[in-house]
Design a protein around this ligand. Structure first.
Ligand code: GP0
Length: 834
């Protein structure tokens, strides 16, 4: 490397910056330097917040050194890189994760302790980076952790929302209220603003074709800037540090000069705030398409900036455009980034003068698409007039892409007009729509689902025509995974220690399959006792939080059932709460003698509902109101507790996951693409109570069906049951007498005014689309098996151990390795240890 000026001075300065992993004093020095300089504070007035910030800044220094080495090395090496495009990144907190990955946790803990602080308290000062709704956003976060850990050259691209997912408050009457999440108010110590890395983004305007070419000039409209903010993501026990580049929108000059000149000062300031509005807030919908223009602006800003950035990097290599796919692969996390297919075409054709056919050949070798749901209400389709107004040139290109595509379809299936209508990227009607999933498939070389069943359903239902056209090989499965660093090492340190001690090394943290070696320990009474003690300690920690934060006393000898996920009809929190109500009614009916035979239950719920999702909010209300009655009924005693934990987040999950005995995964079969809390809970020893859906199937296969509680109708039978429910309806009491009893109790105002819940109950009486009544009986039967097993704690612990140690395949390292091998064709490129 060439150093400017005096190389010796440079070298000495760079060396002076070095901090040894175990050098507590050097770490303390670096923290204090940030206290006195960056934060301009003094030892005498240092609170936990400032101490956390100084500590985080000191850790960031360490990350940035590794980040620099990684980028320098990769720039020189020029390997093929993967770019993971995700509109959501649910990162959670970074401090604990970073010091663990750097292998500096002890050093930082001791250093901050010597400076007079409790490290745990400092960790709790950090706000979650909650730039996501749920599974999809958290998946991206686990994946970038694995990309860094596996030394794969890859970056993440996303949006730097000023406001992440809303803060959930629960009113006295059980209603969900939403408050903003101004997570950047206290400054974010983990990001670096790259004011010098910014790109212009155009919206609206007009298009002029250039005669006798495929090219056009897009001009006018409005322009703003996308500015880069980088978040370094350390791999575990490696120098490699990945980069998450998030874009923020900014006005192009601070003022709109036109209105400024026209003497309209207010309008000029207004247009600058319009630009800032684009990345103001994350859309709070999960598995639900909303169709807002501002959201399309977000998507385009993010995709255009990311592509401009990637192409600028590529152009430094001085190669031909045809070679782009040998250096760049872009994984699209759902259809949200699909516009980037068209944007790449636009840049190549209009700006780089690449012929249309060549541009198409290049583009379709760069993109791969991951689908995350078959639910029709989640599939993105933009009203054509809205789309055309905002992105007129892109619509033209889509027409051309569609024309060529449908011509090819017509050649393969002559005269099959219905097929052409079904497959078109444009949906006919008034208005017309742009179908983003179709565009994503047509523009990608590979399409994958996120669990075996989901990938099969994609190929046999919503994408069937495309499989017939493109061939089986274009479609594949990559089952989701979770990072064992955050979801075991960090959230359950004692279990991690037990595993490390028993295996005699830490290798399992990067080769999770190795924990299967511990399966025989299920038959070792001493190990079982140690394992159970850890679970009980985690339950105690949770119980303390519930007592102090919610004033609810729970019995740690009760079985903790956890359903922690977004509120959604298809996820059926209803089944769970109706089951709780039935249990309550049974306890009430029982004699004191009979009550002694009940297994004690603590039903734990957490999750947010989309602000506009009325039924989902009603379910929260029911859960909260049931909890108020049940938890305060002296007849119930310790037999039953119901807890709704407000404001679910990654950090809350880190407390819940290690404390769960039962993992509740009860979606209607065929609806949950994969699920990932099933993996987190399983890895921490919770037994699976689930339907035959998503990744539950693969989990049950690996842990052994005898160690899980599966129930409910199978995906293959759901349609027939649904059909019968709507066309040959039987009274609820015939479908499920128990559920009819539960509904009667709700309607009799047992949990407050029963009228309120009519919109929730009526659809179940009427046609029960999600099969709540049809599955209730087998759900109750599964619960009885849970109770029976709980009575035998030794047997329970055996199954819990077998569950945890059979989860080796559900690490995101395995998922990312699958992507690298079967889709991306990229290799690890570790930065050498000097
Ligand atoms: C799927 F379509 N998922 C969507 C969406 O809009 N948001 C979202 O979080 C989820 C699936 O529901 C999932 O089954 C899956 O595991 C996850 O994406 C990641 O693939 C629930 O976690």
């Amino acid at each position: 490397e060439v150093l400017p000026g005096d190389p010796e001075v440079w070298k000495t300065a760079l060396k002076a910056e070095h901090v040894d992993k175990e050098d507590t004093q050097a770490v303390a020095n670096s923290v204090v330097r940030h206290v006195t300089t960056t934060l301009a504070r003094q030892a005498a007035n240092l609170d936990d917040i400032a101490a956390y910030q100084a500590t985080a800044l000191s850790v960031k220094d360490q990350l940035l050194k590794r980040w620099n080495e990684t980028t320098t090395y990769h720039t020189k090496h020029a390997p093929k890189r993967v770019y993971y495009f995700s509109i959501e990144w649910l990162m959670g907190r970074s401090l604990d994760n970073a010091v663990l990955n750097l292998d500096m946790r002890n050093t930082y803990e001791t250093a901050t302790q010597k400076l007079g602080f409790n490290f745990e308290d400092l960790l709790n000062e950090e706000r979650d980076a909650a730039l996501g709704n749920g599974g999809l956003g958290r998946l991206a976060a686990c994946y970038i952790d694995s990309m860094a850990t596996l030394n794969l050259p890859g970056w993440g691209y996303g949006l730097r929302y000023s406001y992440g997912i809303f803060k959930q408050l629960i009113s006295n009457t059980g209603e969900q209220l939403e408050a903003p999440d101004p997570w950047l108010d206290r400054e974010n110590p983990w990001e670096i603003a790259r004011i010098d890395v910014s790109y212009p983004i155009r919206f609206y305007g007009r298009v002029e074709s250039i005669p006798n070419t495929s090219r056009a000039i897009w001009s006018g409209g409005t322009e703003c800037l996308a500015v880069a903010y980088d978040v370094p993501v350390p791999g575990f026990a490696t120098k490699n540090t990945a980069n998450l580049r998030l874009w923020a929108s900014r006005p192009i000059q601070g003022f709109d000069l036109n209105s400024f000149n026209a003497g309209n000062y207010e309008a000029s300031v207004q247009s600058s705030s319009d630009a800032e509005n684009i990345t103001r807030v994350l859309y709070p919908n999960d598995n639900m398409y909303a169709g807002k223009e501002l959201r399309l602006k977000q998507q385009y800003l993010w995709c255009s900036a990311s592509l401009q950035d990637i192409l600028r990097r590529y152009q430094k290599l001085d190669l031909s455009w045809e070679q782009l796919p040998d250096y760049v692969v872009i994984q699209m996390n759902d259809t949200h980034p699909t516009i980037s297919i068209v944007e790449l075409m636009r840049i190549l054709i209009d700006e780089e003068e690449v012929p249309y056919d060549v541009a198409w050949k290049i583009t379709t070798k760069v993109f791969a698409y991951t689908n995350h749901t078959v639910l029709p209400e989640a599939l993105e389709k933009w009203p054509l007039p809205l789309f055309e107004n905002l992105l007129p040139r892109h619509l033209q290109l889509i027409y051309q892409i569609n024309l060529n595509f449908l011509n090819d379809v017509a050649k393969r299936f002559p005269g099959d007009m219905d097929r052409i209508r079904r497959m078109s990227i444009i949906e006919e009607g008034t208005p017309k729509f742009v179908r983003m999933a179709h565009l994503a498939i047509v523009g990608s070389f590979k399409v994958n689902g996120v669990a075996e069943l989901h990938s099969q359903l994609l190929q046999s239902t919503i994408f069937r025509d495309f499989v017939e056209f493109k061939g089986r090989d274009s479609f594949t499965n990559v089952t989701n995974g979770i990072t064992p660093r955050r979801w075991l090492l960090q959230c359950n340190p004692r279990l991690a220690q037990l595993i490390t001690d028993t295996l005699g090394s830490e290798h399992w943290l990067v080769h999770l399959k190795q924990i299967a070696q511990l399966l025989p320990m299920a038959d070792n009474a001493q190990f079982r006792a140690a394992f159970r003690e850890i679970k009980n300690e985690n339950k105690t920690r949770l119980a303390e939080v519930l007592a102090s934060e919610l004033n609810i006393q729970v019995d740690i000898d009760s079985v903790f059932t956890c359903q922690i996920k977004r509120l959604h009809e298809y996820k059926r929190q209803t089944l769970n709460i109706f089951g709780v109500i039935l249990r309550y009614l049974q306890i009430k009916k029982a004699t004191p003698e009979e009550r002694k035979k009940f297994v004690k239950h603590t039903a734990i719920f957490a999750g947010k509902a989309a602000p506009g999702y009325y039924i989902a909010k009603l379910v929260i209300r029911l859960i909260v109101n049931v909890s108020k009655i049940v938890n305060n009924d002296p007849d119930v005693g310790h037999l039953l507790r119901v807890v709704f934990i407000p404001d679910y987040s990654v950090s809350v999950a880190e407390v819940l996951v290690p404390a769960a005995d039962v993992s509740v995964q009860i979606s209607t079969a065929g609806t949950e693409a994969s699920g990932t809390s099933n993996m987190k809970l399983g890895l921490n020893g919770a037994l699976l109570l689930g339907t035959v859906d998503g990744a539950n199937i693969e989990i049950a296969e690996d842990v052994g069906e005898e160690n899980a509680f599966l129930f409910g109708h199978l995906a293959a039978d759901v349609d027939a049951v649904r059909y019968a429910n709507s066309y040959n309806p039987t009274p609820l009491a015939e479908r499920s007498p128990e559920l009819a009893e539960v509904f009667k109790a709700i309607e009799a105002n047992t949990f407050g005014d029963g009228h309120i819940y009519e919109p929730l109950l009526k659809p179940i009486y009427d046609n029960d689309y999600y099969l709540v009544s049809n599955d209730f009986g087998s759900y109750l039967a599964a619960e009885r098996l849970v109770d029976e097993l709980w009575r035998d704690q030794e047997e329970w612990t055996k199954k819990s151990i077998r569950t945890a140690f059979s989860m080796g395949d559900f690490t995101s390292d395995r998922s990312i390795q699958d992507y690298a091998d079967s889709i991306w064709s990229i290799e690890p490129d570790p930065v050498p240890e000097n």
